[in-house]
Write a protein that binds this ligand. Structure first.
Ligand code: PLP
Length: 464
């Protein structure tokens, strides 16, 4: 592709994306294809000769779009949102266009320095504790996902405990039974057995019970085991339950690493009135919040903050000869390769920079507030309906609810509305009952979309 051909193809692709974003509302949200249908429409082997870009674009409409579930649809209410926004898409494109690797400060200084600045900007934007700012012992890094960030926290905590003399088999980690599965995976990757993670019981609102945590830690200490990590979740995946981080911190000593996972909920703190999601963070050793879920920054961009970077760098830092350079040796720069598992790293800060500058904090607050307001409105409609009930609190923009007709009725409602293509929602299980989850968070979701979703749900419900 020559530079001129690239210009033409690039304009065509941007046109295509802009057009997609305009028409996505009218597409069936959940892909209706059968397994194998997408692959069957494509040649089994790569072409021998290069093809024209128009031919590739044509296949997007013909083959790929029908096989998509449209996460950017305003009618997407499943899982948690994964916002993309035009400024963020452009930032992502620019990152690809520059094609730099930010593994070391020296390998592209702007990549590191913009990233550090964006993480400091986000400390201000979210009202996070100063201990997470760069310039002191702590700081932040942009990772690909909350799962990777939690893995890094587990590795840092594990190595800190090991340096303190603990045997690997004696280590114990703790989290609520509703903690995200990425913790269980991190425990395995860290070389621990599944049963070295204790799942602590939750209260009536599905939040971790500090008294149960205290009991579990004490019992393990008495048995000669070594509690090394507690993960508190602010906004669980099932129901956005909020673990009491301050009370959790009070149960553990400074020898136990406190990691707070607020992958979805944390960005709500751009709004002053929602800053309770930050309660207790001043006592956390590490904190993860995704801007790639609800903050208009497309996947992947997960912010990991640490109060002290040394244990993380001690766990992950390795300097082979071929990466040695004067800047690293000077000790004056951050080399983010020591803050993550892979060596190579993308220029992710660009898209966050574009988002923060394009929307401003006011724009981001309006985006979050709209969804939280709509969720409360929806919860009101559910409460008023004789056959439905809201399950648990609605602290943010996820509403958990159920039809009173039992698990099968709820499953049938969900299957019907999802098959219709008009709406997409998912479910969870709380207190051993199927619960429907409606997560409001797409960039273009308005009141009319939530109203239409609620109508689709009530229309799909069994008649009394
Ligand atoms: N933690 C929580 C609380 C989540 O809700 C999720 C995903 O929904 C994750 C972690 C994993 O996020 P990621 O996909 O960025 O690894």
């Amino acid at each position: 592709m020559t530079p001129d051909e690239f210009r033409v193809a690039g304009h065509d692709l941007i046109e295509w994306i802009a057009d997609y974003l305009e028409r996505v509302e009218d597409l069936p949200v959940l892909s209706q294809v059968e397994p194998g249908e997408v692959r069957a429409q494509l040649p089994p082997a790569p072409p021998e000769q290069g093809e024209a870009f128009e031919a590739i674009l044509a296949d997007l409409d013909r083959v790929i779009v029908p096989g998509l579930t449209h996460w950017q649809s305003p009618n997407f209410f499943a899982y948690f949102p994964a916002n993309a926004s035009p400024p963020s898409i452009l930032g992502e494109l620019l990152s690809a266009g520059l094609g730099v690797q930010g593994m070391l400060w020296a390998s592209s200084p702007a990549c590191t320095e913009l990233e550090t600045l964006m993480l400091d900007w986000m400390v201000d934007a979210l009202g996070l504790p100063d201990r997470f700012r760069s310039g002191g012992a702590g700081g932040g890094v942009i990772q690909d996902s909350a799962s990777s960030a939690t893995l890094c926290a587990v590795l840092a905590a594990r190595d800190r405990a090991r340096r303190g003399g603990a045997g690997l088999a004696d280590l114990r980690a703790y989290a609520s039974e509703h903690a995200h599965s990425s913790l269980a995976k991190a425990i395995r990757i860290a070389g621990l057995q599944d049963d070295q993670l204790r799942l602590v019981a939750t209260d009536g609102e599905h939040a971790l019970r500090p008294d149960e945590l205290d009991r579990a830690i004490e019992a393990d200490r008495e048995a000669g085991l070594v509690p090394f990590l507690v993960l508190a979740t602010v906004g669980t995946t099932s129901s956005t339950a909020i673990d009491p981080v301050s009370a959790v911190a009070a149960c553990i000593g400074p020898d136990v690493w406190l990691h707070v996972d607020s992958a979805f909920a944390g960005v709500a703190a751009v709004c002053e009135e929602l800053r309770s999601v930050n309660d207790g963070l001043d006592q956390a050793d590490s904190y993860v919040v995704n801007v790639h879920k609800w903050l208009l920054t497309n996947f992947d961009a997960s912010l990991l903050y640490v109060a002290d970077a040394q244990p993380l760098i001690a766990a992950l830092g390795i300097l082979p000869e071929y990466l040695r350079n004067a800047a690293t040796d000077s000790g004056e720069v951050i080399d983010y390769r020591d803050w993550q598992v892979p060596l190579g790293r993308r220029f992710r800060a660009l898209k966050l920079w574009f988002v923060l500058r394009s929307y401003g904090l006011e724009g981001l607050r309006a985006h979050i507030r709209r969804h939280v307001g709509l969720a409360h409105e929806l919860a009101g409609w559910i409460t008023e309906h004789p056959d439905f009930e809201v399950v648990g609190p609605v602290p943010l923009s996820l509403v958990c609810f159920r039809h009173t007709g039992g698990d099968e009725a709820n499953q049938a409602i969900m299957d019907r509305v999802n098959r219709s293509g008009a709406v997409y929602l998912t479910h969870t299980r709380l207190d051993d009952q199927v619960v429907l989850r409606l997560a409001i968070g797409a960039r273009t979701t308005e009141r009319r979309h939530v109203e239409a979703a609620w109508t689709a749900i009530t229309d799909a419900a069994p008649r009394g």
